[in-house]
Design a protein around this ligand. Structure first.
Ligand code: F6P
Length: 324
């Protein structure tokens, strides 16, 4: 293998730049030609490919987002789209591709690896949601949770000052890891996640009890993908059931996606980028680099693309005990 390429795909996550840097520098160290692909699979379909030098990744380890830009490409989900992508890789003589993204990106990578002759693909898990099976960690999660914690702490200050109930919505379309961890870290009174049934009757019971004991401050953290709905849905419910109670909402949204990566994201991203290139050189294909019990592992895309990563629901129970 003489030429490899790297792209970022799906939602950006802080630490992706550290992973790109590691891929580029490890590739160059081994004497490979390294190419960057802009705007993920869409850029690959359009041939937006350029040769990368070591200076292209200088001064990026501390930057959020992705210098390669990213996209969610509909065209790449079609065989025609992937065939165009394959053609561009072949024109450049690229035989190894590193895809930094989430499980959706790995599904595309698995298809491409199966359809494009002489191409091998390795994935690096990059998503703030931490919802990928086979790895304990995904790049961007730590930065996102820390951003959520910082903002929830700020909101608690004002909630305490005004005796208000706040419903704070954090990201996580299908996964509640940000909600669970930021909720525990901020002592949230309630945490609602897609992985667990949301009991409205329990919530109402708790609110009645709060009212009786004149506890007017409550922080409710809800993942955007919760089965009952987001922050606004909860506000409507509480306003209807408890008229007169001061209720406010905050949707943290993309605040959680940007910003300088934490040391943890930088280190794990560097380890994964380094491992991805080494794995390509060892002959790995259609695999994701993951972290299990602190160790770097490689797992087939078939496993990594499975839905429904299990959550330790005992932690939710613990959070409720600690905030009661
Ligand atoms: O997958 C990461 C994520 O941040 C989800 O938590 C969220 O639902 C989604 O991306 C938002 O995507 P977009 O930035 O395209 O609106």
């Amino acid at each position: 293998m003489k030429k490899i390429a790297v792209l970022t795909s799906g939602g950006d996550a802080s630490g992706m730049n550290a992973a790109i840097r590691a891929v580029v520098r490890t590739g160059l160290y081994h004497g490979l030609e390294v190419f960057g692909i802009r705007r993920g699979y869409q850029g690959l379909i359009e041939g937006d490919i350029f040769r990368m030098a070591t200076t292209d990744v200088s001064n990026i380890i501390q930057r959020g987002g992705t210098i390669l830009k990213t996209a969610r490409s509909q065209e790449f989900t079609t065989p025609e789209g992937r065939s165009k992508a394959c053609k561009h890789l072949q024109e450049h003589g690229i035989e190894g591709l590193v895809v930094i993204g989430g499980d959706g990106s790995f599904k595309g990578a698995r298809e491409l690896a199966g359809e494009c002759p002489h191409l091998r693909v390795i994935g690096i898990p990059g998503t703030i949601d931490k919802d990928i099976v086979g790895t304990d960690y995904t790049i961007g999660f730590d930065t996102a949770v820390n951003a959520a914690v910082e903002n929830i702490d700020r909101i608690r200050d004002t909630a305490e000052s005004h005796d208000r109930l706040f419903i704070i919505e954090v990201m996580g379309r299908d996964a509640g890891y940000i909600a669970l961890n930021s909720g525990i870290a901020c002592g949230a009174e309630d945490i609602f996640v897609p992985e667990e049934h949301t009991s409205i009757s329990d919530l109402i019971k708790n609110l009645r009890y709060d009212k009786k004991r004149k506890k007017l401050v409550r922080i409710i953290v809800v993942a955007e993908g919760d089965e009952y709905g987001g922050a606004e849905k909860f506000r409507e419910l509480i306003r209807n059931r408890f008229p007169g109670w001061e209720v406010r909402t905050a949707i943290l949204g993309h605040l959680q996606r940007g910003g300088s990566p934490t040391y943890f994201d930088r280190v794990q991203a560097s380890r994964m980028g380094y491992a991805a290139v080494n794995r390509l050189l060892e002959g790995g294909n259609s695999e994701m680099i993951g972290l299990q019990h602190g160790n770097i592992v490689h797992i087939g895309f078939d496993q990594a693309c499975k839905k429904n990563k299990p959550m330790d629901l005992g932690q939710l129970e613990m959070a409720m005990v600690l905030s009661s």
